[in-house]
Ligand binder design. Sequence first.
Ligand code: SG7
Ligand code: ZN
Length: 232
Amino acid sequence: MVRNDSLGPLHLEGFDAVQAGHWTLENDGHSGDVGFDIRVGSGMAVSGGGLPDVYHTVQLHFHWGGLATNGSEHTVDGRRYPMEMHVVNMKSVHPNESAALDDPTGFAVLGFFIDVVYADNVHFGHISQKLSSVAYRGQTTKVKPFPLLSLLPKHNMSQYYRYSGSLTTPPCSQAVVWTLYEVPIYISWSQLAQFTSQIFSTEEDAEQVTPLQNNFRHVHPTFSRTVSASRD
Ligand code: SG7
Ligand code: ZN
């Protein structure tokens, strides 16, 4: 880990506003895949904080384990959190995702650890209340836009880890500038249970009745990569 004092806070444009139109929550659950994405439309972008360019926000999604097993994709000092949220942003110069996949800095993904407490997180209700509408693969529902900032930690957004890496799902393209925030988001046990019990990777009439769990990629060695820490 290398401390890099030049890594200031990121600029999160439009995250504090209610965007026009609607967002789409879609169950894309091929087995081993993520489960669902929330496509957010236009209006939000991230820049600064050492990112090489401006990236517009495309979607957010989650990785989880089970009720008793943690499911974050990243670990800090060997610790895995119950869940992890990814806000996926694509470099604005690219016309489409396949162009961005060919660029080693084509995506900027913001990762947030999610920890579990007793109190509900009211802002997560915007998402968790909708999960039953997209239980099965291919199902979609509309989500009324809400300020994405309301989901994020209120403090210490200048503390994060930075490395160059890959998408965590196949083909795992080396196309991501990762930003992992140190301070977690908190949700309740019952909200965690909604993620671990309500999403299926199968179609509605399938025989399989086991909900999608453990949709995280296993930890890989960093090889020669540097992981930087922003100043606090
Ligand atoms: C899921 O995770 C989807 C993908 C996403 C991938 O498969 O959410 O979304 C799309 C549009 O394919 O890939 C490019 C992208 O966002 C990996 O995302 S992740 O590395 O942040 N986990
Ligand atoms: Zn992800």
